[in-house]
Write a protein that binds this ligand. Structure first.
Ligand SMILES: *Cc1c(COP(=O)(O)O)cnc(C)c1O
Length: 367
């Protein structure tokens, strides 16, 4: 039996990206595998990262970290979206490091009389995660019940290296490190860089970089930093689907909900067996699929489970043929970046939102 659609995940490409990033970073590498490893599969990618020389894994949720532990990940794992009320006992039990960004979490952990490994997250100007207004109270509180492994922050504009905010955040981070040091706390692992900073900002590497998108072979920002290829990254995911139907239609046929597109000539249309429920952006009108060496553009609106493409009058495609929705672009197919740019999105969102009913196949890409 074959699936109607699949995301093919090339582990060799993933491994090659990790090697490249480790070389760029020159320090320990934390592989970010949150959100089902950006849609690539949490456990498979977590284990592949461990086998490819990643020093740490990073996730948002504690549940993601526990799943990695119970599936054989033995390297350190950091979870950084762990609000009050989380299962801190299980973090301690599974040897999972947690990021702490509020006094409320420290108070809860104190009451539990456990000693999980923590990383203090500081807000250096992104104004999202991390200590900001509670920082001075933190410095005055009793931190002896905690095993403080790390201090970290996150860049808001690492993909725009000339922006002054990068230097401001770096300086502020160093200041916070000093303030902690002044009260006798010197966390061994200071970390600040994401993928973009790993390429562009070597002074921000400290003891570890946290790479996500680049490990999956995608550029952090195509305008500022260039394509995957420009960065020597290999896109890991190829998305394919079958043509559910192929049909010849006359000029003047309106296609799809709202009849937003009309064929301008007699042509052959293909109905692709994926839709917005699978993560195909409904807003996309300018992307399409790749078949028999040609691009076939979308016609009309993307539906929940399917969308229509114009295969052209000369097409010999048949129902059941595979089409490539996105790949690494080397054969002329659309890329995740093409889908992003035609749907007011970013490549992060394109791969992360490929839905759970699309099987992930751990095998090389096919054409
Ligand atoms: C998601 C995330 C990263 C990875 O960012 P990329 O741009 O994908 O490299 C790093 N650090 C934190 C705290 C994150 O949330």
């Amino acid at each position: 039996m074959e699936h109607r659609a699949e995301a093919r995940i090339d582990i060799q490409a993933f491994t090659s990206n990790i090697s490249l990033l480790k070389e760029k970073a020159g320090v320990n590498l934390l592989a970010v595998v949150k959100a089902d490893a950006y849609g690539h599969g949490l456990i498979e990618i977590g284990l592949a990262a461990q086998n490819s020389g990643a020093d740490w894994l990073g996730v948002a949720l504690l549940e993601e970290a526990v799943a990695l532990r119970t599936h054989g990940v033995s390297i350190p794992i950091l979870a950084w979206l762990v609000p009050p009320g989380s299962d801190f006992r299980s973090a301690a039990k599974h040897d999972i490091d947690i990021a702490v960004a509020s006094l409320a979490v420290l108070d809860e952990i104190r009451l539990l009389e456990i000693k999980p490994r923590i990383h203090i997250e500081v807000d250096t100007g992104m104004t999202r995660g991390g200590f900001l207004d509670e920082w001075h109270e933190l410095l005055e509180s009793d931190l002896t019940p905690f095993e403080i492994i790390g201090i970290f922050s996150h860049f808001a504009r690492a993909d725009e290296p000339l922006e002054k905010q990068n230097l401001d955040q770096l300086n502020l981070f160093q200041g916070k490190v000093r303030e902690l040091s002044d009260i006798g706390i010197n966390p061994p692992i200071k970390h600040l860089s994401n993928s973009a900073a790993t390429f562009l900002n070597h002074t921000a590497a400290f003891d570890m970089v946290r790479t996500g998108i680049a490990m999956y072979g995608l550029t952090p920002e195509i305008v500022e930093m260039g394509t995957s290829k420009d960065l020597s990254l290999k896109p890991v995911m190829q998305l394919r689907a079958k043509l559910h139907l192929v049909k010849k239609v006359p000029a003047g046929s309106s296609v799809g909900y709202g009849a937003t597109a009309t064929t301008e000539r007699d042509t052959t249309l293909g109905v692709v067996a994926m839709g917005y429920a699978d993560g195909i952006p409904r807003i996309s009108t300018a992307a399409g699929v790749f078949i028999d060496g040609n691009r076939a553009p979308i016609m009309g609106r993307v539906s929940m489970d399917q969308f229509v493409v114009d295969l052209g009058p000369e097409s010999t495609a048949k129902s059941g043929d595979w089409v490539v929705i996105f790949g690494d672009g080397s054969r002329g197919e659309y890329t995740a970046d093409d889908w992003a740019s035609t749907s007011l999105s970013i490549n992060y969102e394109i791969v992360t939102r490929i839905g759970p009913r699309v099987p992930r196949i751990y095998a090389p890409h096919v054409y």
